[in-house]
Design a protein around this ligand. Structure first.
Ligand SMILES: NC(=O)c1ccc[n+]([C@@H]2O[C@H](COP(=O)([O-])OP(=O)(O)OC[C@H]3O[C@@H](n4cnc5c(N)ncnc54)[C@H](O)[C@@H]3O)[C@@H](O)[C@H]2O)c1
Length: 428
């Protein structure tokens, strides 16, 4: 099969993950051109993917001026840029792999969907979990009819201490007033998408949500805590604090591409001294987590009633100790539950002989792909996108924009309920 020639817009972490999967993991893609206002990012794309210098652009206008010269686009810009950097390419006929969330308001969401339809372009939204072997198995079980009709789906998302800190407490998604995204939009649009995708024989009707910034607050800072861990926080306070910047970012940096972004250097090149200096001075990851000034909720729960009477719910907790996701699906003929991070599902049926139940365990952790990022979802998504752009059929996981709209609208309605304290009807 001919390799797809891709235009990458926004050459940051996520685009690089997808380009790596497509070019090196699957060997089915080449990056022909890229756009990023940051020339260092363009340089990295040249080095990593061999993009010719004449195809490295600092603005989308330069790429637009060439007309359609690539097969498709990967758009990994930040949330508020997704629509403005995708829309102009649709009239040129580009299919797009677009990072989630699609955008942070309903008007743009529906406009993008309608424009994609008008120009007959495929937009795949990066709801990568749909492609992980774990969630795909649940979808297959539901489609097979084995558990009957879905009555209720409950999902739980435990955002680990490290990920919470690096992204939503001190990181680039910690302030809705700046990044434009709530916690639900930035972190849980995967999960609201999951509720709608697994139950897409129906659509949402009413949603109620509660949540708050109740735990990671200045009042809850450990007694005697300073304002910057490495500057004015006493050692006896730091040694008991789970958010201590020393242990989190210098000793065990689990996601090293995040905390050093503000230094302007690639994380593989920055020295220990530069890291320490940044944490002591300008790096937001060096600020006391409890005093970092973020405005996102630190826990939230969403309850949705679907038009056919079934229910869905999602609960997210920042600062959990186990980072992972759980799911429980109750059907009229059986039920499924499991932990995505363990890769194991249990399927249960009522047992008339004992008036109890019987169960079987499905071990998805054996699937080699499930060990990859997002439980194997990143690679699965890129493979499906390549296949579809190359003329293949849509898979059961296909995250086309029209099938992703309900999950995304659910976020907007749930956040409206959170703000107003009222149930919100889902009229569409
Ligand atoms: N699917 C997932 O599970 C998942 C996980 C993490 C992040 N995300 C989403 O991925 C997106 C990107 O996140 P990231 O962490 O890779 O961000 P990033 O900051 O690493 O990358 C964004 C890139 O966009 C570039 N950029 C800025 N303005 C631009 C413009 N006008 N035109 C082109 N490029 C421009 C930046 O210079 C940067 O290189 C976000 O929307 C985020 O919410 C999704």
């Amino acid at each position: 099969m001919k390799k797809l020639e891709v235009l990458v817009i926004g050459c940051g972490d996520r685009s690089t993950v997808y380009a790596n999967e497509g070019c090196y993991g699957l060997g089915a893609m080449t990056v022909k051109a890229c756009v990023d206002p940051d020339v260092k990012k363009l340089e990295l794309m040249r080095r990593q993917f061999g993009v010719p210098a004449e195809n490295c652009f600092t603005s989308i206008d330069q790429a637009l001026a060439k007309g359609k010269f690539c097969d498709c686009i990967i758009n990994g810009t930040m949330d508020s840029l997704h629509v403005p950097t995708t829309l102009p390419f649709l009239s040129q006929g580009y299919d797009v792999l677009l990072e989630k969330p699609v955008c942070n308001n309903e008007k743009e969401l529906l406009m993008l969907r309608d424009e994609a339809e008008k120009y007959n372009c495929r937009i795949f939204v990066c709801h990568v979990l749909r492609y992980s072997p774990f969630y795909r198995k649940i979808k297959e079980l539901i489609l097979s009819g084995e558990i009957g009709e879905v009555r209720n789906i409950a999902t739980y998302e435990h955002v680990g201490v490290f990920l919470s800190s690096v992204s939503f407490i001190r990181g680039k998604w910690s302030r809705e007033r700046e990044c434009g995204s709530s916690l639900l939009l930035a972190k849980c649009s995967h999960d609201t998408d999951m509720l709608c995708w697994l139950n897409n024989v129906t659509t949402p009707d009413t949603v109620v949500s509660v949540g708050g910034r109740d735990f990671i607050t200045e009042e809850n800072a450990p007694e005697g805590a300073g304002t910057r861990c490495l500057v004015d926080c006493p050692p006896e306070v730091r040694e008991k604090c789970i958010y201590d910047a020393q242990t989190m970012y210098l000793d065990n940096c689990l996601l090293p591409w995040y905390p050093w972004q503000c230094t302007g250097k690639d994380y593989r090149e920055i020295t220990e001294e530069e890291k320490i200096e940044s944490l002591k001075t300008y790096n937001p990851h060096g600020v006391c987590a409890y005093k970092a000034g973020g405005d996102l909720v630190d826990h939230q729960t969403v309850n949705v009633r679907f038009k056919n009477g079934s229910f869905g719910s999602h609960t997210v907790t920042l600062g959990s100790f186990r980072d992972g996701r759980d799911i429980f699906v109750a059907g009229t003929l059986g039920e499924i539950d499991g932990r995505a991070d363990e890769g194991r599902l249990t399927v249960r049926h009522y047992d008339r002989k004992t008036s109890w139940y019987n169960s079987r365990v499905i071990d998805i952790s054996e699937d080699a792909e499930s060990a990859g990022s997002h439980y194997g979802g990143d690679r699965g998504l890129v493979r499906d996108f390549i296949n579809t752009v190359s003329g293949g059929e849509l898979s059961i996981s296909a995250t086309t924009i029209d099938d992703s709209v309900n999950g995304q609208l659910l976020v907007f309605r749930a956040d409206e309920s959170l703000r107003t304290g009222k149930a919100v009807k889902f009229s569409k």
